[in-house]
Design a protein around this ligand. Structure first.
Ligand SMILES: Cc1cc2nc3c(=O)[nH]c(=O)nc-3n(C[C@H](O)[C@H](O)[C@H](O)COP(=O)(O)OP(=O)(O)OC[C@H]3O[C@@H](n4cnc5c(N)ncnc54)[C@H](O)[C@@H]3O)c2cc1C
Length: 426
């Protein structure tokens, strides 16, 4: 792997997501050699993936080169590779470009889409966890609109114009709102050969309300905002089968659709090699203590989405969102330095900064502890926080410019099928 020899201990970080980059930044120019590994050469700002899928933003504006993040540090090295196995006996990992030893190993590999074992749903639906997947959705939506214009029968046209999103967590809700805006503002202007009202957006949710992790007030407001935009919300509805054409559910609801977007859940993406009891069976997350040490391993840590830590305030683990990942990454940097200096480590305590979701232009819902609000101000807060959280000044400027442009022109500028998507050969 061509890693230079060093007199300092070596710490390997697997994953350049929110957890990994915050840990790396906190170890900048410290007396430790840090090897950051990711299978992509960029960090992805996942909260805005849905805007790439719905043609609102270019993918480049929500991704950031990992080498650029670490360029000002003289102790951090990046390698583009996938980690395939951990050998805890020899303190080494195997990657696609070779084997390397570590003194400390940090697993920050995040999650992957959970299809709950349904092979057909996995084969034919569209996940949205990565930039390439978001681009696939963008292509498919635009391709299906094109196909609708030349459909030979009404049934065929209807299937191309039926967009089904499964999972009404923040991702599903935000995506449904964005596709509804495409329907309301872009389709009538661009696709004069289609009747925009024929385009249907269905949002399916297994729980009894949208945004189940948020407050009931937020759910009620979000559902109203969605309905105002023309989204058809189906709660208590689970997808049973999808063959690429027809969505079958646990109720009478059946939908002919060429587009099923799967935002119904995630599962941890661990690396093989650690003892089976280090993993939580159902969620595939590593069991960690309050210092993020993986159970039974003193020099292996797990952070962010992949880490399952029970605390009094969070007896079922922390929510799999950006803030725990960021905060754990920042604290572990400090703790590793303490560990090396034989000082005691600080326990992790999550500072919950609240949750939010946006539903089309001018509308969002925000839960900040006991303070809950929705509407225009919430939308403004949502925009500000997302803009400020983006990595890189250039990305913030580009996203801000795009949002202003889209807002003023009721437009979504990135309506391009750059890489056509073939659902049957994905
Ligand atoms: C569509 C979507 C929308 C979201 N919206 C929000 C939101 O609005 N607000 C919010 O707080 N959270 C949101 N989240 C959740 C948030 O993005 C995650 O909680 C956060 O990214 C977790 O950070 P992480 O560092 O643990 O993992 P990730 O950010 O997922 O990073 C994991 C990294 O590990 C790399 N990796 C994985 N396995 C390997 C391997 N074997 N070898 C090498 N590299 C590997 C991956 O390439 C990736 O870069 C959203 C997530 C998604 C998918």
């Amino acid at each position: 792997m061509n890693i230079p020899e060093s007199n300092f201990p070596r710490l390997i970080i697997v994953g350049g997501g929110f957890a990994g980059i915050n840990l790396a930044k906190s170890l900048k120019n410290k007396p430790i050699q840090v090897l950051l590994i990711d299978k992509h050469n960029y960090h992805t700002f996942q909260p805005l993936l849905y805007q790439v899928s719905s043609s609102g933003l270019e993918p480049d504006s929500i991704a950031y080169p990992l080498r650029k993040i670490i360029k000002k540090s003289n102790n951090i090295i990046f390698r583009l590779t996938e980690v395939q196995e951990i050998n805890p006996q020899s303190n080494s990992i195997e990657t696609t470009i070779g084997t390397i030893s570590y003194d400390y190993l940090v697993l920050a590999t995040g999650t992957t889409t959970n299809f709950f074992g349904n092979k057909n749903v996995e084969a034919y639906s569209m996940p949205m966890k990565t930039v390439p997947e978001a681009l696939n959705i963008r292509s498919l939506i635009l391709q299906n609109l094109e196909k609708a214009t030349i459909a030979k029968t009404e049934e065929e046209r209807k299937a191309y114009l039926n967009f089904v999103i499964v999972g009404a967590g923040p991702t599903g809700v935000e995506l449904a709102g964005a596709i509804a805006e495409l329907k309301n503002h872009v389709v009538p202007r661009d696709y004069k050969d289609l009747n925009a009202q024929d385009m249907q957006i269905h949002l399916l949710e297994g729980a009894d309300r949208v945004l189940p992790p948020m407050s009931k007030q937020a759910s009620a407001k979000a559902e109203k905002f969605l309905k105002d935009l023309g989204v058809q919300v189906h709660c208590n509805t689970l997808v049973k089968e999808y063959d690429g054409k027809k969505v079958e559910t646990n109720s009478d609801l059946e939908l002919e659709s060429e587009t099923l977007i799967w935002a119904a859940g995630v599962t941890g993406s661990p690396v093989k090699g650690l003892a089976a009891n280090a993993l939580m069976e159902r969620s595939n997350r590593y069991k960690v203590n309050r210092y993020n040490q993986v159970e039974n391993y003193s020099n292996i840590f797990a952070l962010g989405d992949i880490a399952y830590m029970e605390t009094e305030a969070f007896p079922k683990g922390h929510p799999q969102v950006a803030q725990p990942a960021i905060q754990q990454g920042q604290l572990l940097g400090e703790n590793i330095m303490n560990l090396m200096a034989n000082k005691s480590m600080r326990k992790f305590k999550y500072n919950d900064k609240g949750s939010m979701a946006t539903i089309g232009r001018n509308k969002a819902v925000v839960d900040l502890g006991k303070v809950k609000f929705g509407g225009f101000f919430a939308w403004f807060v949502w925009m500000f926080i997302h803009l400020m959280s983006l990595v890189g000044f250039r990305n913030r400027v580009v996203v801000f410019f795009n949002w202003v442009y889209n807002y003023v022109n009721f437009d979504k500028a990135a309506r391009l099928i750059i890489r056509p998507f073939d659902k049957l050969n994905k």
